[in-house]
Design a protein around this ligand. Structure first.
Ligand code: DGT
Ligand code: CA
Ligand code: CA
Length: 575
């Protein structure tokens, strides 16, 4: 189906959904639905038909009003009527409509009588027995709704990037071992290094599509084959992760890779550029009329469109296209740019390795320095160190440094920032360390103002070097605490201290948008593993992915500096 038709059909469907929830005129709603269906059934491109001078109102079900909307979408890529509706209706209500057993009338009632705006609220209300009280619902409907919403939320489950990688990498290796399979790449949000992925989108170049699909569906970890054909298949792995695989021809490989890497917002913006030039872009290539003018590689596609090559992590339509046009894209940081790691734990607090084991593991990853930063005493559950234990560790580190080859250990601490913003250890002890990481581990529920003041006050300490996991969020588990991050970043610039990007896959904190803000303010970011075991230096690669999503370059990152340069910078933060 031509992609313009699909785009317009999607817009019309969404308008119909929103009108239904609003309780609009049923005839009007049906007109949008019918038009969407007809557009999908049509095997001609509306754009071409219009350019050929055909009258859109000649189609079945398209009146003057809808024809005008189609023209608006073709010309501008936008639809103002939809935008207006979206502003009026809470954004997640449309999801409720997609549940079995719930139509627009019911969404209307749930919204207007119980103020239910999304699946989570629906689930809670059903569990609390509130829904049976509504007229026209009753206990049976409530139970059915609860079951439907739970099932739906299960299938909507997202996987943390690291967990997806544990499944994706062996699968990729399996595919690469397949007969006649030339190339395998995982596209989608996985390639963009999003913090979580909904499913995996794999592209394969193969001489024989059917054979490649066979090989895929026979992977040992496949739990269910949802569909399988000659060029595409969808399966669910044993952990519930869905994998879509497509076999693409070599000449279309770049176009397909670009299309299925996304994001959708980026794709739409790129498509607009092609349209402005009078070209057409889809997953098979970039076309001028019927002639393919690019698409075998992503590079050829960008080049033809007048854009510099855009790294996948930047493809979110957050300014990367404008930057590519002006050749002002950042040269993104790479894993091999890291020279050290400034945050890890040993058995002395809640880690699992000895000092030496951690040092050697970091060295084996190619790092030149590693800061040992245990918890402080306030965090009793993690066996936080008091002054005595910490000073003993400082001595032990000095001794070990004398005999270690190929890596230097630094003495630090991950000190608790107490509720009033003071640090959990006395100044004269902190003074003995190479660096001090301040961390919020308690009182997550302070008001935004109190939380901000607390952190700002901690940063004022003369020994403060680096703010650990600045937002405090745990992906899927704990929302970021309320805090004025802009002010904290601004203050870090004034004060001359740094922010951590904690690479633990459950955290990935600094958030990508805040990385960009830090860069703009000139605040260096330290990408730290927060390793609690020798194997956990592996986390650094996920931190790099996050930093790249935040537009960071080598020079924006503190621990790309040589040990000598780092020591100088650490000294400067002391006041
Ligand atoms: P996910 O799986 O939710 O983590 O996110 P993605 O980005 O992997 O999304 P997915 O799996 O639905 O689709 C893969 C890519 O395919 C997406 O990034 C862009 C492209 N794509 C999917 N649907 C559309 C669409 O309706 N329009 C356009 N232009 N591109 C789409
Ligand atoms: Ca995906
Ligand atoms: Ca997908």
């Amino acid at each position: 189906m031509p992609s313009d038709n699909e785009q317009i059909a999607e817009i019309f469907d969404e308008i119909a959904d929103l009108l239904e929830i609003e309780g609009d005129n049923p005839f009007r709603i049906r007109a949008y639905r019918t038009a969407a269906r007809n557009l999908r059934a049509l095997n001609k491109d509306v754009r071409r038909m219009r350019e050929a001078g055909e009258d859109l109102t000649d189609f079945p079900g398209i009146g003057k009003d809808l024809a005008a909307k189609i023209e608006e979408i073709l010309d501008t890529g936008r639809c103002r009527a939809l935008e207006k509706l979206r502003r009026k209706v809470p954004p997640d209500l449309g999801e409720l409509l997609r549940l079995p057993g719930i139509g627009p009338k019911r969404v209307h009632a749930l919204y207007h009588e119980l103020d239910i705006q999304n699946l989570e609220q629906l689930q809670r209300a059903a569990r609390d027995g509130e829904i049976r009280e509504l007229s026209g619902f009753g206990p049976k409907t409530e139970a059915r709704l609860l079951e439907a919403v739970e099932k739906h939320r299960d299938s909507e489950r997202r996987f943390k990037l690291a967990e997806a990688a544990r499944y994706a990498e062996p699968l990729q290796a399996w595919l690469e071992g397949g007969k006649n399979i030339e190339q395998v790449v995982i596209a989608g949000s996985y390639r963009r290094a999003k913090e979580t992925v909904g499913d995996l989108d794999i592209l394969v170049i193969a001489r024989d599509g059917r054979q490649a699909i066979q090989h895929f569906t026979h992977y040992e970890d496949v739990d269910t084959v949802v569909s399988s054909g000659s060029t595409r298949a969808t399966v669910i792995l044993s952990n519930g992760l869905q994998v879509d695989l497509r076999v693409v021809p070599k000449v279309s490989y770049g176009a397909a890779l670009h299309y299925f890497t996304g994001s959708k917002a980026h794709n739409i913006a790129v498509r607009r550029i092609a349209q402005k030039k009078g070209w057409k872009i889809n997953e098979y290539g970039l076309y001028e009329g019927d002639k393919r003018i690019a698409g075998e590689t992503e590079a050829s596609l960008f080049k033809q469109l007048g854009l510099a090559y855009i790294e996948p992590e930047l493809r979110e339509n957050r300014g990367e296209i404008e930057a590519a046009r002006e050749d002002k894209l950042p040269k993104l940081i790479k894993l091999t740019d890291l020279r050290g790691d400034l945050h890890c734990h040993t058995r002395a607090s809640d880690g699992q390795g000895s000092l030496r084991a951690m040092a050697e593991a970091a060295r084996d990853r190619g790092l030149d320095y590693l800061a040992i930063t245990e918890h402080s005493k306030h965090l009793a559950v993690a066996h936080g160190l008091d002054s005595d234990r910490l000073l003993k560790q400082v001595d032990a580190i000095a001794e070990l440094n004398d005999i270690l080859d190929g890596i230097t250990l630094l003495s630090g601490i991950e000190v608790d920032i107490l509720e009033d913003g003071s640090l959990d250890l006395p100044d004269e002890v902190l003074d003995r360390l190479d660096l001090v990481i301040g961390a919020v581990h308690s009182q997550f529920n302070l008001s935004r103002k109190q939380q901000t003041e607390r952190i700002l006050r901690a940063m004022d300490s003369p020994h403060f070097t680096l703010l650990a996991h600045p937002s405090g969020r745990l992906i899927d588990k704990r929302e970021p605490y309320a805090v004025d991050m802009e002010r904290i970043i601004h203050q870090a610039a004034q004060r001359g201290c740094y922010l951590e990007l904690n690479a633990n896959p459950d955290r990935l904190d600094l958030l990508d948008s805040h990385c960009r803000l830090a860069k703009e303010e000139g605040v260096l970011v330290s990408i730290n593993s927060d390793a609690h075991s020798p194997a956990a230096f592996e986390h650094l690669r996920f931190g790099i992915g996050q930093a790249r999503r935040g537009w960071l370059e080598k020079d924006d990152v503190l621990n790309t500096r040589s040990l000598t340069a780092l020591r100088k910078l650490l000294k400067q933060t002391r006041q």
